[in-house]
Write a protein that binds this ligand. Structure first.
Ligand code: R1P
Ligand code: GUN
Length: 276
């Protein structure tokens, strides 16, 4: 921390193809992950691997330009390590963003889903970053997750979307994390759809679990980059380049939304969770 004067209140994790969120920060100090002791390395295209500090609408922010995924071979402890670093830096609010495939019929590529809740599939079978001895300095052994996506921030995001004229692109929904790295089979897609999942990806849930455990307020959004194929008659097929391309197309809107939300949200929330 001796190498930057910034003391962030807000942390942003950029999803696949959404690294441009860091470009909006003013008075930047940036560090390659390879220069930060203990930090894993990004191995996925569309995740630059830089930690960027700066100002956004009067708030001090730190932005992860590139996240870590379980499928890269990192332990869940490693993938979520930056979240605890943010907590120790004094961050109060975590913004998580991701690219995701839609299962809900009403969500089209290019739409933005405000995450209302998640299904942490790896977590349900014991792949949870909180497994192992609990560090009471961060939070309790058995943390509640019922209100992990802050309701006030979700409402404010919708209000801002209306003011920006992009409300038609936005709705709330449930995100599910699967392990990846392969995309879903048709049978898996149908299963997820029946279970009430609106969008699926390979990240985010462990970060939110660790953030909630240590009392951070969380806001999450998924950029819908593709429809998950649910029909044997459908010859469409998803690929990572297409995912990154939708990120590029929607970068401006996502940037505007996140910038306004950070500008207008209250800070000093005392790290309390505000459940739905
Ligand atoms: O969740 P993010 O990092 O946005 O990336 C999503 O996009 C990649 C697949 O194209 C996967 O890593 C998936 O999780
Ligand atoms: N698992 C999964 N992750 C994604 N990331 C972006 N699109 C998708 C998708 O369709 N499935």
């Amino acid at each position: 921390m001796s190498q930057t004067k910034h003391r962030p209140q807000v942390a942003i994790i950029c999803g696949s193809g959404l690294g441009m969120l860091a470009d909006t920060l003013k008075c930047q100090d940036s560090f390659a992950y390879s220069d930060i002791p203990g930090f894993p390395q990004s191995t996925v295209q569309g995740h630059a691997g830089r930690l960027v500090f700066g100002e956004l609408k009067g708030k001090t922010c730190v932005c992860m330009q590139g996240r870590f995924h379980m499928y890269e071979g990192h332990s869940l402890l490693k993938t979520t390590f930056p979240v605890r670093v943010f907590k120790l830096l004094g961050v109060e609010t975590l913004f998580v963003t991701n690219a995701a495939g839609s299962l809900a019929d009403g969500l089209q590529p290019g739409d933005i889903m405000i995450i209302k809740d998640h299904v942490n599939f790896p977590g349900l079978v014991g792949l949870n970053p909180l497994c192992g001895p609990n560090d009471d300095k961060f939070g309790p052994r058995f943390p509640a997750m019922s209100g992990c996506y802050d309701k006030n921030l979700r409402c404010l995001a919708m209000e801002i979307a209306k003011q920006l004229g992009v409300a038609g692109l936005m709705q709330e929904g449930v995100y599910a994390m699967v392990g990846g790295p392969n995309f879903e089979t048709i049978a898996e897609a149908r299963l997820l759809h029946r279970l009430g999942v609106d969008a699926v990806g390979m990240s985010t849930a462990p970060e939110v679990v660790v953030a909630t455990h240590c009392g951070l307020r969380v806001f999450g959004l998924s950029l819908i980059t593709n429809k998950v194929v649910k029909s044997y008659e459908d010859s469409d097929s998803v690929n990572h380049e297409g995912v990154l391309e939708v990120g590029r197309l929607r970068s401006h809107t996502v940037q505007q939304l996140v910038t306004e939300l950070i500008g207008r949200m209250e800070i000093n929330n005392n790290n309390t969770n505000n459940a739905a």
